[in-house]
Write a protein of this length. Structure first.
Length: 387
């Protein structure tokens, strides 16, 4: 809805600051649980007033807040119960706009001081959101670090705000690995995952990637299976793009390959969302992502299908599932992965994925028989096939 109010989304540039433990000592991620408190602070300068009236702006902002609330309540499976928001009146900052050019810290502290002077206990909130005239930051889009979001400019818009709130929960960008005509290895492209709002720039407010949900704490170890040489086998994983988690189910597989951490997950709802770009494959294919701390990088199993390069990456990833019948072998060490069946149980969609040792290891294990003795078969092994 907010895409109609005039901000061209392609000009949005996000500078995320994701705090690695200990950096900026004392700052930790927001609660990510229960009812969270947000303070929206709006300020202007005597020489650079916000052109939109405060009532109109507030009306837009409340709509944006509600879109974010819906997104995060759903994506946290209800662990976030809702947002309790307060809004300052439009505050006037000391000096003129040119005093602040290029100094994000100066405007931040000025805004917090102005809000305190107006009677707001700014430190009592889980998230602070700062809006001020965009004239100050011609080279600056939006940004966030844990607990704080900067939204310079006149127009609040929902996808941008949701993206920045993701950073406020201390996760980074959803990127892609592209190039070389293969899924991996390739060029790491920051934020170029076209499936998720933490990557995409075109406003899809659908999901957070599963590894990010795990990082934030919305899913925990009971939902994840770590796979190594001790438990190769076939696993059923359930769709994670749901509103609730009524019971413990495996939502993701995690393993090491090429010295890095990879995740397999399943979000069949992406099929409808990205049908235009061949997204139907997500109904019967898995998401494979490399995890790098709080960032993800999507492997595209149809590299170049929708074009190459930065501008095409967003849509190019949208048909990039590893689908039924495809087998992928990591080139530099790691397991072989192969989706083998999809189905639905009690209304909950699932996919079964075979994860087996790389060829050399498999040959050795077969010679010793160890694969039969130590491999942990799926509990569903007698139950394979399309439901
Ligand atoms: Zn960002």
């Amino acid at each position: 809805m907010n895409q109609s109010i005039g901000r061209p989304l392609q000009t949005w540039v996000c500078f995320a600051v994701v705090v690695v433990a200990g950096l900026f000592g004392g700052i930790e991620r927001a609660h990510a649980d229960g009812v969270e408190r947000i303070l929206f602070i709006r300020a202007e300068f005597t020489n650079a007033p916000m052109p939109m009236t405060h009532d109109v702006w507030l009306n837009e902002l409340i709509g944006v807040k509600e879109a974010a609330e819906t997104f995060f309540v759903r994506n946290s499976y209800g662990r976030i119960a809702g947002y309790d928001a307060d809004y300052t009146p439009v505050l006037t900052l000391p000096g003129v706009s040119t005093d602040y050019i290029g100094d994000i810290a100066l405007i931040t502290y000025a805004m917090l001081d102005a809000a305190r002077d107006a009677g707001f206990d700014v430190d009592a909130y889980d998230h602070q959101v700062l809006s001020y005239p965009g004239v100050l930051n011609q080279n600056f889009g939006a940004a966030a670090l844990p607990g704080r979001v900067w939204l310079p400019g006149e127009y609040p818009w929902a996808p941008g705000f949701i993206h920045e709130m993701g950073h406020s929960y201390n996760v980074g960008h959803a990127g892609a690995i592209e190039g070389n005509g293969v899924p991996y290895p390739g060029v790491y492209r920051e934020g170029r995952d076209g499936l998720f709002v933490m990557g995409s720039d075109d406003g899809d407010m659908y999901q957070m990637p599963l590894p990010m949900k795990y990082t934030i704490g919305w899913v925990d170890d009971q939902h994840i299976v770590d796979i190594d040489s001790g438990n190769y086998g076939t696993y059923r994983i359930y769709a994670f793009d749901r509103d609730t988690l009524p019971e413990a189910k495996t939502l993701g597989l995690r393993f090491e390959a090429d010295g890095r951490t990879f995740w397999i997950s399943f979000a069949p709802g992406l099929a409808q969302l990205y049908d235009e770009h061949g997204g139907a494959v997500w109904e019967e294919g898995v998401i494979v992502q490399m995890q790098d701390f709080s960032r993800t990088f999507l492997l595209d199993f149809t590299p170049g299908s929708q074009g190459e390069g930065d501008s095409a990456d967003w849509i190019d990833t949208r048909d990039g599932a590893l689908t039924l019948g495809m087998t992928y072998t990591f080139p530099n060490g790691g397991p072989i992965i192969r989706p083998i069946a999809v189905g639905e149980t009690d209304g909950w969609k699932w996919i079964e994925v075979r994860v087996i040792p790389e060829p050399a290891t498999a040959a050795i294990l077969m010679l010793t028989g160890a694969v039969l003795l130590t491999g942990r078969p799926s509990s569903r092994r007698g139950d394979l096939g399309h439901a």
